[in-house]
Design a protein around this ligand. Structure first.
Ligand code: ATR
Length: 282
């Protein structure tokens, strides 16, 4: 006799506008295949005006999806339309992962977990520091500040071109988080064990200013959430100055793990073959 749960084929999506650039189908497709599962994970391009309808068809079961990922520009709306956003997405006001459970639409944000898992895998012990510097104050920065704070890093210095945006984050997250203008970068780096670039600086070969990482602590780790190119100008400069570097591709792979587990019931692993697959697509 067949167990009906075993034969139940599940379907998940990534939605955005546009969504054709998303590498998530490659990641989930790899896991579905390597785990021998029969489900699907497909791109669903949905415009902002159609998004509420898309979510209501998801909630009613009409669309046949068990959940999915949400990317730009729908993360905030997805959060506000979910029945059960978790505490992580409540604080961020944005969700990137949705799933149906007990007839309700649940939501979380896995960017921070992906960030931490990537660093834990590539630079174990990175969190043995009391001070982190985060460059940039957009949506990605928000999730990373939350993750670094939740890991217990005592002082988080957010440096941004528009200092007002950094200040908004400092106000949102409270006394551990401090806002600075770009000119303060060298000064606030003194003794830091972690430097994170969350800006688009260096993406697509664009020139970046010279960074002086020398005031950072010995053994400090420099990471970039940009992964095209894999070795960004910021990572190259940090490596030349003798610091450990961690590229951003692992964050993309690790942030996908919790969603896959919710939709398909098995926790997948981030392995070297998956990394190669994404690199080959770049
Ligand atoms: P995301 O949600 O991906 O983090 P975002 O909200 O557009 O994207 O934020 C992009 C971040 O990159 C911001 O911190 C932005 O600085 P501003 O707030 O001053 O706009 C930063 N950024 C983008 N291009 C930059 C550049 N050329 N120099 C310095 N910072 C830059």
């Amino acid at each position: 006799m067949h167990d009906s749960r075993e034969t139940f084929v599940r379907h998940a999506f990534v939605t955005g506008y546009p969504v054709k650039h998303s590498r998530s189908p490659l990641i989930h497709g790899y896991w579905l295949k390597s785990l021998g599962l029969q489900g699907s994970y497909t791109r669903q391009e949905v415009s902002p005006e159609d998004f509420a309808g898309f979510i209501s068809r998801l909630k009613s079961g009409e669309s046949g999806f068990v959940g999915g990922n949400v990317t730009i520009p729908h993360k905030e709306t997805a959060f506000s339309l979910a029945d059960r956003p978790d505490a992580l997405s409540e604080e961020l006001g944005a969700s990137n992962t949705l799933w149906l459970e007990d007839g309700r639409l649940h939501a979380t944000n896995t960017d921070g977990l992906g960030f931490l898992a990537n660093l834990d895998a590539a630079a174990p012990g990175w969190d043995n520091t009391a001070r982190a510097v985060i460059l940039g104050a957009g949506g990605a920065s928000r999730a990373i500040i939350q993750a670094v704070r939740d890991r217990g890093i005592g002082e988080i210095h957010v440096v941004n071109r528009t200092v007002g945006r950094a200040q908004e984050l400092a106000d949102r997250f409270g006394q551990k988080v401090h806002a600075h203008a770009m000119g303060a970068l060298r000064e606030v780096s003194a003794g830091a064990g972690l430097f994170v670039n969350t800006t688009s600086l260096g993406m697509d070969g664009e020139a970046v200013p010279d960074f002086d990482f020398s005031p950072m602590a010995e053994g400090a780790v420099v990471t970039d959430i940009v992964y095209v190119p894999l070795v960004t100008p910021i990572l190259r400069q940090a490596a030349e100055q003798g610091f450990a570097t961690v590229d951003g591709l692992g964050m993309l792979l690790h942030q996908a793990v919790p969603g896959f587990e919710k939709w398909f019931g098995i926790r997948p692993t981030v392995d070297a073959e998956l990394r190669q697959l994404i690199l080959a697509d770049m």
